[in-house]
Design a protein around this ligand. Structure first.
Ligand SMILES: NC(=O)C1=CN([C@@H]2O[C@H](COP(=O)(O)OP(=O)(O)OC[C@H]3O[C@@H](n4cnc5c(N)ncnc54)[C@H](OP(=O)(O)O)[C@@H]3O)[C@@H](O)[C@H]2O)[C@@H](O)CC1
Ligand SMILES: Nc1ncnc2c1ncn2[C@@H]1O[C@H](COP(=O)(O)OP(=O)(O)O)[C@@H](O)[C@H]1O
Ligand SMILES: [K+]
Length: 508
């Protein structure tokens, strides 16, 4: 599913009106009726006090339509107009008149803190103050209103966006409505998936309001959400008359004394993802561990007992290296990475201490084979690209880095983002149970295994992230997130891939 910018969504709105020959007001009525239906279905006639806070733009217009329809349905509704500007959109003005005429109610005008109503914790608040039109800091009293609404602990539903949030930017130190639900029009907004802002949107539901299909299909998106529908098209099935040589040879290079588990996890994950042959390249202290815990792996020890050092690998064309898990950053181990970077021309996967080595020696960045995949968690990313002021700046910096070194970067997190040049792919699977030591090592193994099987690197990253997180979700389906350990994710990789081809159960 595509994520568009606010500007694109405004454009989509215009094109829809033109192509469907409807007025802006008719589109607003259509969109807001859907919101009303959602809310009405949920409230089911409940005797609850509904407070609708409307801005003076089209988001406020939506709020007025929803308020009118709720009143007509018999709900107890109070409407507040947040008068942050003297300008009013046509959609707002028209619906303001209709509300007054048809419901005989009079919206309360809020102009300062003195006008704020009391909001009780059992009230139901509809936030229609700002939508995608917010473009600058809010005046103080409107900020205070947002804080007041949040402090009330009332249940909050945001229309299109929680007010105070920008679709594709950020205003520093500004309060945002902490919505329980956001009913958003047509397409999700980028801010719903970024660590700093995601939680404000609560549960997001996308409301199809019949925006021009051609525009949606043909306009290039700011980012793409990856779910089952997208992932299934990336899978490469095995054919019958094949042998292990057709599925590649992966080398997992990593480990140090006390950290050998990372190599076991990565190696096993690569095998479970379908790689034909796998060699773990490790310090000598890990030999017995690897051979005992993973008999399917071949083991190649470097000439040092406790950490990696330079060694010659007999690499053949197409062999793939996954480097860095549990490796430490000893200078002698960095010599191995340096020599591999000089020797290898095929894309590599670099993770964990491999990334820390690159941060320590940025001169190595130029040597990374084109199309390699780097999988940093936020701290590793910061070491690599420097700090950022907000998530949008982070994305810009990652895109710049990706273009400069021609690599794909997997920014791990609750919504892991895979960035390849101008493309941003946002993963929608995964759960907090995966915030546990070793789950990143599993992901590295998965992606290395896919690379070795010939998946295009950006696809290996996007697909690998999806099945890794989907496996994590399947682990907790009959357990709890707290109990998940990284090894469980490996055991569910097969089921995660199979789930791509299973139809969701339909209720009788
Ligand atoms: N696109 C679609 O598909 C559909 C969209 N619909 C709805 O329209 C909503 C967008 O409406 P909108 O453009 O009128 O903007 P909205 O968010 O109401 O803001 C109002 C105005 O406030 C201003 N302003 C900005 N920041 C400010 C600040 N800090 N302090 C003071 N003023 C500030 C700014 O105007 P400016 O002053 O910059 O000219 C802005 O225009 C959208 O979210 C959805 O709910 C649906 O009805 C139908 C389908
Ligand atoms: N809250 C979360 N929701 C979804 N996925 C998560 C969450 N926390 C962590 N993960 C996933 O778990 C993995 C953790 O990787 P990483 O931090 O490198 O762990 P480690 O270094 O211990 O192996 C990443 O793939 C990340 O996306
Ligand atoms: K809103």
């Amino acid at each position: 599913m595509k994520i568009f910018t606010a500007q694109q969504l405004h454009e989509a709105d215009q094109i829809t009106q033109k192509n469907q020959q409807i007025t802006s007001l008719e589109l607003m009525e259509r969109a807001s009726t859907k919101i009303f239906e959602e809310i009405n279905n949920r409230l089911n006639g409940a005797e609850i006090k509904i407070k609708v806070f409307c801005g003076i733009g089209n988001n406020g217009g939506d709020g007025l339509v929803v308020a009118r329809k709720l009143m007509e349905q018999g709900y107890h509704v109070d409407v507040y107009v947040v008068n942050y500007s003297d300008k009013r959109s046509d959609g707002f003005l028209a619906n303001y008149r209709v509300v007054k005429e048809e419901t005989k109610s009079r919206p309360v005008l809020l102009k300062s803190e003195e006008d704020f109503p009391e909001i009780k914790s059992n009230d139901f608040v509809i936030d229609a103050i700002f939508g995608i039109g917010l473009n600058r800091p809010l005046v103080g009293w409107v900020q205070k209103l947002i804080t007041r609404i949040n402090d009330s602990k009332a249940f909050k539903v945001a229309i299109d966006m929680p007010s105070g949030m920008l679709a594709d930017g950020v205003i520093k130190d500004q309060p945002i409505i902490e919505a329980n639900y956001t009913l958003t029009f047509q397409a999700p907004k980028l801010a719903f998936f970024l660590p700093e802002t995601a939680s404000y949107a609560g549960n997001v539901q996308i409301i199809d309001i019949g925006i021009d299909r051609k525009y949606l299909a043909e306009t290039s998106a700011k980012a793409i959400l990856i779910g089952k529908e997208q992932a299934v098209s990336l899978y490469q099935p095995r054919s019958k008359f094949t042998h292990k040589g057709d599925y590649g040879h992966a080398y997992i290079v990593g480990g140090s004394y006390g950290m050998m588990g990372s190599v076991v996890l990565s190696s096993k994950a690569a095998l479970r993802t379908g790689v034909g042959k796998l060699t773990s390249v490790i310090p000598q202290c890990g030999y017995d561990i690897l051979q005992t815990s993973l008999p399917e792996a071949m083991v190649n020890v470097v000439p040092h007992d406790i950490h990696l050092v330079e060694t010659q690998l007999e690499l053949k064309e197409g062999d793939i290296i996954g480097f860095g898990m549990g490796a430490g950053t000893h200078e002698k181990s960095i010599e191995l990475l340096t020599s591999l970077l000089h020797q290898v021309k095929t894309p590599m996967l670099i993770d964990a201490d491999g990334l820390n080595m690159l941060s320590k020696h940025p001169e190595l960045l130029e040597l990374i084979p084109e199309k390699s995949v780097l999988t940093p968690h936020p701290k590793e990313l910061e070491r690599l690209i420097g700090s950022w002021n907000n998530d949008f700046e982070k994305l810009d910096k990652v895109q710049e880095f990706s273009k400069k070194y021609k690599v794909t970067i997997v920014v791990k997190g609750s919504y892991t983002m895979t960035i390849s040049s101008d493309n941003i792919y946002i993963n929608t699977t995964g759960n907090p149970g995966m915030a546990t030591a070793g789950s990143g090592d599993v992901l590295s193994g998965v992606i290395t295994g896919l690379l070795a099987q010939g998946y295009d690197p950006a696809i290996a990253a996007v697909f690998g992230v999806y099945i890794h997180a989907q496996a994590g979700d399947m682990v907790i389906a009959d357990s709890v997130p707290d109990a998940l350990i990284a090894g469980d994710i490996i055991e569910y990789l097969g089921k995660a891939i199979r789930s791509l081809f299973e139809k969701p159960e339909t209720k009788a």
